[in-house]
Design a protein. Structure first.
Length: 86
């Protein structure tokens, strides 16, 4: 099995030269930006999981409204609704 320390040191020397090429005047988010982004991603994931749990409890099946004969007769007796003046 090949020695992994040699390839690791080669990778680190290449990354070190890339780090020197970074512009010192450029603003980057850094570690704090990553931590804030990760916390927000975890919060959104937790909210979505909670919403999924709550939505699964909701029963969307709508029962038919009870039909009464008196309601239709009452609506015909009163006539159409009059517009409100005022």
């Amino acid at each position: 099995m090949p020695d992994m320390s040699a390839s690791a040191s080669l990778a680190m020397t290449q990354l070190a030269t890339l780090a020197k090429e970074v512009d010192e005047d450029k603003v980057t988010p850094g570690v704090l930006g990553f931590i804030v982004f990760a916390v927000m991603a975890l919060a959104v994931w937790a909210l979505m999981k909670s919403m999924n749990r709550h939505m699964s409890k909701v029963d969307f099946a709508e029962s038919p409204a009870p039909k009464t004969e008196g309601s239709a007769a009452d609506a015909e007796a009163t006539g159409p609704a009059k517009p409100r003046q005022g």
